[in-house]
Design a protein around this ligand. Structure first.
Ligand code: ADP
Length: 163
């Protein structure tokens, strides 16, 4: 019998995807046979980009890695895990504050489904980055290069100007 594939789901809003997220994706891809990046289509916070734009920005960065799949999703992460056959949920932890919100989510997801949450500590030099910070700096016309890859920075600034 073929060994079961180890599939992980990395859910988030990715509004927009930052160097911190991409680092978690690269390190997470090494942990699993397949990593599904789930882009939350309708987060409670009004997103600055549409789900399709957020998905495309991530795809542009991971297209050379066949282990990574990017797709939009709505609703429960536990349901997405069931759909794609994932037994693990991947989350990045930047600080104690992140853990305070992540731990109840991890415990809830364990009750809602079968997936176990795996936490990866943020890379120290990227731990200050959040999509929120990027949105604020973009709105004020600041340089996004410390936070975003050149391609994401270019496309994000363009879509931001259109809005
Ligand atoms: P949410 O909207 O649920 O906060 P995000 O899209 O901001 O989701 O982030 C998705 C995941 O990526 C979360 O686990 C978050 O902690 C993690 N993350 C966000 N920024 C970074 C970063 N700079 N380094 C490592 N992990 C991060």
């Amino acid at each position: 019998m073929a060994a079961q594939k180890r599939i992980g789901v990395y859910p988030g809003s990715f509004d927009p995807v930052t160097r911190g997220h991409l680092d978690i994706i690269a390190r997470g891809a090494d942990l699993f046979d397949r990593l599904v990046v789930g882009v939350l289509a309708n987060p409670e916070k009004a997103p600055s980009l549409s789900p399709e734009e957020r998905v495309e920005l991530i795809r542009g960065e991971v297209k050379d890695d066949p282990r990574v799949e990017v797709r939009p999703f709505e609703g429960l992460v536990a349901r997405l895990c069931d759909e794609v056959g994932a037994r693990w949920i991947l989350r990045g932890v930047r600080s104690e504050a992140d853990l305070t919100t992540e731990l109840p989510m991890a415990l809830s997801n364990r009750l809602l489904g079968k997936a176990e949450t795996v936490f990866l500590p943020a890379r120290a030099e990227l731990a200050f980055i959040s999509s929120r910070l990027v949105r604020d700096i973009a709105r004020l016309g600041g340089d996004l290069s410390p936070f975003l890859t050149p391609r994401v920075a270019r496309e994000y600034a363009r879509s931001f100007r259109k809005a």
